[in-house]
Design a protein around this ligand. Structure first.
Ligand code: ADP
Length: 528
């Protein structure tokens, strides 16, 4: 079929039973069918799969779908097969198949029966598979979870880096990259790495207006607080994320002892128990799953009413993905996270054995989590800004859905202070991260300040009348307002934007609130 003679709505109905496309789907499908390189950024639940499945079904040849997880591939393939026997067949090609099975898959591809071939990136490196794929008609290559390409994503997978050169060996086939999580830096990396700078890019809004965001200090009685919260939401489904398996077991037990129907889920449990607990949650035999991040990928339970982070995650991408599992049916979705700086230090410690570059990236991602947790500005605005999206915190959809907006802190005028701050960044040649900029403002010295002779500049100490915490809050707020930007490539060096330089020339009223103070007590208290 060619683009001209395809009735997309008819095909949509025929294969998927839907009468309407969702969001940007129609545009994406049209782009792929027309043979264009295409890049799709849509939040979880946005309907990404259909974006490549429909073109795969209507185009001549076989589409290769690269996906990182065998379990996810199996789900997808089963779902496609359940659509009916006359519908294009999907196959998985991976190391779990024996020789006879591989031959069967190859025969189906050659006969034109297979419309979608799911492969893990490492399978694609097999010379035998490549040679075979060179002999068949490939309609396009879809790369799911494309953020795995970037070291700046939260789930970097080195084998994704080789995809482009492998695809080149397959001839001139269009590529479609899809992801549910990509900061501007990660987006840039994906386009660069797949060598498709002019790809048609479709980005859906990441705003989830029905989700309510709240951060609570992680104090001694966090478990008591957790139990109270769950009891207030009795009978509703929820997920509680913890960092370690040990914590998962502990919290699950504490909840059970307190009369809450909860099960643990983590990679240390055997596959049977994991599957059982997952099913119990999906079938509503239990209300709560206490889990590590092993839980959730590909789970589509629409009525999860709360997602609680007992431990703060290691990046805002993870936070966004995990909280995104709440309220997928557009109903209530409360996202509660407990935060203590001690947990950040623990996460930093975990990273200490890794290569330096990885540590730096991990540290920069963690600082974003700290900023998000400590800020007193609109959490939705902060989060969306992180994903490269503007949000109107007064009139935007879901504007009042967070703790900060509902309980605003007193704001003070910061016009003059912002000028001082911007001048210090300029005076220090836009070479430093927040830490050094703040030291320069308050007139304190560390090794870098000394070595770079920042203490000899005329602006050194020009912000003495406020403390370091005040300046940190100000930096975070003017960053989101676009007066400064953070150079990710150099792990967070601050630059003054054009809007920032305009502000120096012509300052205007700018009200800011101080960040939250968080207690640093550990939770040791176990309620029996
Ligand atoms: P993602 O991969 O982006 O998380 P999915 O592809 O799993 O999203 O789709 C999310 C849900 O939306 C699925 O339940 C799917 O059946 C549904 N869906 C997708 N496209 C449509 C559509 N055009 N109309 C109605 N429902 C749709």
């Amino acid at each position: 079929m060619t683009e001209q003679n395809i009735d997309l709505y008819k095909e949509l109905k025929k294969y998927f039973g839907f009468s309407q496309f969702k969001g940007l789907q129609e545009k994406v499908v049209t782009s792929i069918i027309s043979g264009n390189n295409t890049f799709v950024i849509m939040p979880t639940g946005g309907g990404k799969s259909l974006c490549y499945q429909l073109p795969a079904l209507v185009l001549e040849g076989t589409a290769i779908v690269v996906s990182p997880l065998i379990a996810l591939m199996k789900n997808q393939v089963d779902a496609i097969r359940s659509m009916g026997s006359d519908i294009g067949v999907a196959h998985v090609l991976n190391s779990s198949l024996n020789k006879t099975e591989v031959n069967q898959v190859k025969a189906d591809i050659l006969s034109g029966k297979t419309k979608m071939l799911y492969v893990a990136p490492e399978s694609l490196t097999k010379e035998d598979y490549i040679q075979f794929l060179q002999t068949v008609k490939i309609s396009f290559v879809a790369i799911d979870e494309a953020h795995c390409i970037s070291e700046w994503g939260h789930d970097f997978r080195p084998e994704y880096r080789n995809l482009r050169s492998i695809i080149k060996q397959l001839g001139d086939v269009p590529i479609i990259g899809l992801t549910a999580t990509a900061t501007p830096k990660v987006q840039e990396d994906i386009l660069k790495n797949l060598d498709m700078p002019n790809a048609n890019t479709f980005k859906a809004s990441f705003n989830r207006p029905n989700l309510y965001y709240e951060i609570r200090p992680k104090t001694k009685n966090v478990q008591g607080d957790l139990i109270r919260f769950i009891k207030q939401h009795k009978g509703k489904s929820g997920v509680i994320y913890c960092l370690s398996r040990k914590k998962v077991e502990e919290i699950a037990q504490v909840l059970q002892v307190n009369g809450i129907s909860a099960v643990p889920y983590h990679a240390g449990l055997d596959a049977k128990t994991r599957a059982k607990h997952q099913d119990m949650f999906l079938m509503e035999d239990v209300d709560v799953v206490v889990a590590t991040i092993a839980f959730g990928m590909g789970i589509d339970k629409p009525d999860v009413r709360f997602v609680i982070h007992h431990d703060i995650p290691k990046s805002l991408e993870s936070y966004y993905q995990e909280t995104g599992r709440a309220g997928r049916d557009d109903g209530e979705g409360i996202c509660l996270a407990y935060y203590s700086y001690k947990d950040i230090e623990k996460l930093e410690k975990f990273m200490s054995g890794k290569p330096i570059a990885e540590q730096e990236i991990g540290y920069a991602l963690l600082q974003e989590v700290v900023a998000y947790a400590e800020t007193s500005m609109s959490r939705r605005k902060y989060l969306l800004h992180y994903f490269g999206e503007e949000f109107d915190e007064v009139n935007g959809d879901g504007a009042d859905m967070d703790d900060n907006v509902r309980n605003p802190k007193k704001k003070t005028e910061a016009q003059d202070q912002i000028v001082t701050l911007l001048e210090v960044i300029n005076d220090t040649k836009q070479l430093f991260k927040p830490k050094e900029v703040i030291l320069a403002l308050v007139g304190k010295i560390n090794a870098i300040i000394k070595a770079q002779k920042i203490d000899t500049l005329k602006t050194f100490g020009s912000g003495k009348e406020h403390d370091e915490k005040y300046w940190m809050a100000l930096i975070r707020q003017i960053l989101v307002a676009g007066l400064i930007s953070k150079d990710i490539e150099s792990y967070g060096v601050l630059k003054v934007t054009k809007a920032g330089n305009d502000f120096i020339k012509k300052p205007y009223s700018f009200m800011v609130a101080e960040d939250h103070e968080f207690s640093e007590e550990e939770d040791e208290n176990i309620i029996a």
